[in-house]
Ligand binder design. Sequence first.
Ligand code: PAF
Length: 284
Amino acid sequence: MEIIKDPKQIQDLTMQLRCSDKVVSFVPTMGYFHEGHLSLMRWARENSDIVFVSLFVNPTQFGPKEDFNRYPKDFERDKNLAEEVGVDYLFAPEKNDMYTDDHCTWVNSPKLSQYLCGKSRPGHFQGVCTIVLKLFNLINPHIAVFGEKDYQQLVIIKKMVEDLNIPVKIVGRPIVREPDGLAMSSRNAYLTEKERKEASQIYKGLQKAQKWVKKGLIDSESIISKLTECYMENIPSGEIDYIEIVDPDKLKPVQKIKDRAILAVAIYLGKARLIDNIMLEVKK
Ligand code: PAF
């Protein structure tokens, strides 16, 4: 595996590759790899000829009071894991090589960013869209792979690619979970032992909601209020940021589930803000 830090060097390489007959895939990450990241890399390995992974903790997607400065890092470990799963190129640029002091061009998706995480993290998706587009321009991939845990991010990136005619296919891959159901996240490292135990209740709550829907409860307000109660009882150290039931493509809250909807949650637990989601389907 080759490590490249210089954006110009990687762009020269990928422009040549794009004209070859090789299929290039790309997994953008902020590092501190867990099985979720590795599953995306494995999928990329199996479905393309050349696999690029980026490792860059993107400052512009963090709010001023968020965890940019303490975001977990372990470059040596990440490098070894990426190599083990067969990544060909690890792109790990420095902040100043990605953003000059006078950077002033941004990509925005206000319609889709007004919901869910966009409400409590103003500017977050502007930072995500901007860095992802910059990375696409540097890596020139045919395929880019994202995890479904960041469901809103996935929907926004898909729409950005469609709206801006970016020549890349976006692939979403399922959430990878710990044995007790907690969605894998680099931020799980912030949890104390007690918080970690409570965190497993996040997914258990989502599964309960899925059962309520299967039994015929389709009114979002009732589902959200039952789930709120369940979280308040089982995650006493947590603070709910949001519980929402939204259209899977438009992300707009739905009052009644007609066919399919996404139940998405964000919970502050200790130093972590954890997100998770599940598809709710109405039995026909
Ligand atoms: O999902 C992430 O890790 C980040 O938001 C991404 C896509 C790498 C952009 O910084």
